[in-house]
Design a protein. Sequence first.
Length: 333
Amino acid sequence: MQPRNMSMSGVVDLAAVKAAGEAKAKAEQARAEAARQAAEGGAPASAGAVPPSALVIDVDEAGFERDVLQLSAEVPVILDFWAEWCEPCKQLSPLLERLTVEANGRLLLAKVDVDANQMLMQQFQIQGIPAVFAVVAGQVLPLFQGVAPEQEIRATLAQLVQVAEERFGIIGIEVDPDAEGPAGGPAAEAEAPAGPYDALLEAAVVALDAGDLAGAVQAYKNVLADDPANTEARLGLAQAELLARVKDMNPQAVRAAAAEKPQDPAAQIAAADLDLVGGHVEDAFGRLVDTVRVTAGSDRDAVRVRLLELFEVIGADDPRVAAARTALARVLF
């Protein structure tokens, strides 16, 4: 879908305009105070400037009000709804990051992983990704869905900046190109010390990026051998093993076999793996719960174990996992 022309008639009220207005007033007071101190020979007026690296952030449900709604009183916030498995997202997100940095403080990019933030996905009624919105003064403007030409996206963002300034008086935040980002300076010194397994976990990530799934699996297993409760290693291992299982699958053949043999555990397990890799989380869980219902003995155990493994891939805190656990319990007991 191409970027649509923005219109304030399409703004969706998130019931946060008052909070955003208060944040804007506080920001204006802070800027006035900084200017006063500068005039008196105190802190320079640019003390509140941010490094370019702070213009692109990851946001979750817990920090949405602080990181998006309140900041939207100072700078237009672009919301990029994406997922790791979404190939178009991998084309669009780097472009949005580059254009945001080029805007030099007139825009802020907040990236939302839909797999980890289902409530936000539902609140914004996301039907497909990538999906891009903007938040200005606590209000939402839908921008576009899917990948579009850079020229059109650039024009849409330029219009967003214009709307924010002309209708809300929002001019953005000051950027200091010489400021230290998170990777250096005093802030880096305050970071927590490296954990005992950081090198192994990093090696696993590097192996995944290089397509060395066997190497990634072994690296995660090395961590778990010493620290069985390591959450990052458990999640990484589940993901690496899933990718290894589907790597050589023929999707059409797998899905045909699953359709022809609805009670075949192996066929349904393979199809569920493909469902999950394709982002169809509920379908994968539902398929295996239904298979548990119609199987018994070792077949049922095999399906149940694979379902638990897929729970690990998504994460215990995900509401889809909670719902599937409940469904599984009803089938088993």
